[in-house]
Design a protein around this ligand. Structure first.
Ligand SMILES: *[C@@H]1O[C@H](CO)[C@@H](O)[C@H](O)[C@H]1NC(C)=O
Ligand SMILES: *[C@@H]1O[C@H](CO)[C@@H](O)[C@H](O)[C@H]1NC(C)=O
Ligand SMILES: *[C@@H]1O[C@H](CO)[C@@H](O)[C@H](O)[C@H]1NC(C)=O
Ligand SMILES: *[C@@H]1O[C@H](CO)[C@@H](O)[C@H](O)[C@H]1NC(C)=O
Ligand SMILES: *[C@@H]1O[C@H](CO)[C@@H](O)[C@H](O)[C@H]1NC(C)=O
Ligand SMILES: *[C@@H]1O[C@H](CO)[C@@H](O)[C@H](O)[C@H]1NC(C)=O
Ligand SMILES: *[C@H]1O[C@H](CO)[C@@H](O)[C@H](O)[C@H]1NC(C)=O
Length: 450
């Protein structure tokens, strides 16, 4: 009966211990952590050959220093102590049972058995209490470890989450940068082409500005000349750099200051250029048999045959010192010229008298024009030096006839074959004789100091 009791208590104790241990075992399993493909536990590490698990464990050990003392090592020691104690108890229990059995066999009193049973019961209760205490402690440790672990896990999770987030952001940023780079390259191209266009435009602009400045300068010159006109006859002569055209402004009379812009033909090649052409003949298309008035104002077209006009010529040449050049060409292809360093013309009231000095040229050793101030004559204005004749009527055209002199470049135009023995033709005596009519002529002036 007593043996049965002892056995029963032993069974109960063992059962209790096993249950407690099973609970621990179950909790142990709960400690296992899953990280990626590897699993590990902090209490009893199962070394599955997973380096990541060990790493993670170390991270966990380092992280919260407050729970560091509750290491797996200590936990193990605690467990082993309890096991030792339990083993010790079991050994003691076994010994006493054997002793009781022997005493029973020897005929000892049941009292002693009871006493021993009571002692056993007391020890068992103590052990139970102790075991419960240990279990409680273990539970606390476990909870702490669990808490720690889960915190580590949570941290790890958060870390990995934030890493993922960072990675995603990085990716986004990278793609964004790539996109920007692409955009940038196209933008750079656009910018470069724009720059090129800008350069071209600005160079064009500067060219335009230069032209504008020139024009402005011209206009200013004109304006200043107009405004400075006071009382006297003033001529404005402005030769632009255009190769064939010059503009001459002629301002006549003081009170009603008439401002004329005169188109003239320019010779920019002969002997350094700068010549204002006032007479030109080359194909007989223009009739030169005109009266005083027409010779005064001029006729013909500046691009063709023409006479610029005595008034314009007077206004122009009275601006300063001028030179005169006469270009001649015969029907045989010969050309010649006569140049006078000084050329001046009087006004209409002095019959547009011409004064010449400094003859040179190939059209004869001496001048075919009277240089000493011959008046201009037309069929209706006889200012020649012939007492009993009208040279303009006999020789035709308008000219500075002497009596009647060695030249007349405004005579009748005779074509080739009809140009010989013509006294009223285009004549320059010292070039082709008194009755040879020339093929083309040109008379022009330019400032003496050009
Ligand atoms: C438990 O017993 C073992 C061997 O019996 C011994 O090595 C160990 O140190 C003991 N542990 C404690 C905490 O007494
Ligand atoms: C029980 O045993 C203890 C010592 O083991 C002794 O002191 C005590 O008197 C005993 N009691 C009885 C009733 O025998
Ligand atoms: C874990 O520990 C922290 C502080 O150490 C505590 O605030 C928290 O309540 C604990 N969590 C659990 C589940 O025990
Ligand atoms: C755009 O391109 C230019 C030159 O190619 C470079 O200097 C600049 O850093 C680039 N900017 C970006 C945002 O890529
Ligand atoms: C610039 O000038 C060049 C030639 O002078 C011309 O071909 C081009 O069209 C001009 N560009 C602009 C923008 O005016
Ligand atoms: C004379 O030349 C001008 C200008 O070159 C031309 O217009 C005209 O037709 C020509 N006339 C004759 C008759 O050749
Ligand atoms: C268990 O062992 C520890 C130390 O090894 C000791 O302090 C404790 O008293 C023992 N408990 C029992 C019930 O024997």
């Amino acid at each position: 009966m007593t043996a049965f009791s002892v056995s029963w208590w032993l069974f109960v104790l063992l059962l209790l211990w096993t249950l407690t241990m099973e609970g621990v075992e179950k909790r142990r399993r709960l400690h296992r952590l899953q990280h990626g493909q590897c699993s590990y536990t902090f209490i009893l590490p199962e070394l599955d050959g997973c380096p990541e698990a060990a790493d993670a464990g170390q991270v966990g050990q380092d992280s919260p220093p407050a729970d560091g003392e509750w290491s797996a090592e200590k936990l193990k020691r605690l467990e082993s102590t309890m096991e030792n104690n339990t083993t010790l108890f079991l050994l003691q229990l076994e010994n006493s049972i054997q002793r009781n059995t022997r005493r029973e066999a020897a005929g000892l009193q049941s009292h002693a058995v009871h006493n021993q049973t009571a002692t056993m019961l007391e020890i068992g209760t103590n052990l139970l209490t102790h075991t419960a205490e240990q279990t409680r402690k273990l539970n606390v440790v476990e909870a702490k470890v669990l808490n720690h672990t889960s915190r580590i896990e949570i941290q790890l999770l958060e870390n990995s989450l934030s890493t993922n987030k960072l990675e995603k952001e990085l990716l986004l940023q990278t793609s964004e940068i790539d996109r920007l780079r692409d955009k940038n390259s196209t933008q750079m191209e656009a910018i470069e082409s724009l720059e090129k266009q800008l350069k071209v435009a600005s160079s064009n602009n500067t060219a335009l500005q230069r032209q504008q400045a020139q024009l402005l300068e011209s206009v200013h010159t004109l304006i200043s000349m107009v405004t400075s006109t006071t009382g006297t006859h003033t001529l404005i002569s402005m030769v632009t750099r255009s190769p064939t055209l010059a503009i001459h402004g002629v301002c006549v009379k003081s009170s009603e200051c008439v401002f004329l812009l005169l188109k003239v033909y320019c010779d920019m090649e002969t002997s350094g250029g700068g010549w204002t052409v006032f007479q030109r003949r080359f194909n007989g298309s223009v009739d030169f048999q005109r009266g005083w008035g027409e010779y005064r104002t001029g006729f013909g077209d500046v691009f063709g045959e023409h006479w610029l006009g005595n008034e314009a010529l007077y206004q122009l040449s009275s601006q300063g010192q001028y030179s005169l050049r006469v270009e001649l060409r015969d029907w045989e292809g010969n050309s010649a010229y006569a140049q006078y360093d000084r050329f001046s013309l009087t006004g209409e009231r002095q019959q547009y008298r011409v004064y010449l000095r400094g003859y040179s040229g190939t059209a004869g050793r001496q001048s075919s024009l009277n240089t000493l101030g011959t008046g201009f004559s037309t069929r209706d204005h006889d200012n020649d030096n012939c007492d009993h004749c009208k040279c303009a009527l006999m020789l035709t055209g308008g000219w500075w006839f002497d009596a009647c002199g060695f030249s007349n470049l405004n005579g009748i135009y005779y074509n080739v074959g009809h140009n010989i023995r013509k006294l009223n033709g285009i004549k320059w005596h010292h070039f082709r004789g008194p009755s040879y009519s020339l093929r083309s002529t040109m008379m022009m002036v330019r400032p003496y100091d050009f």
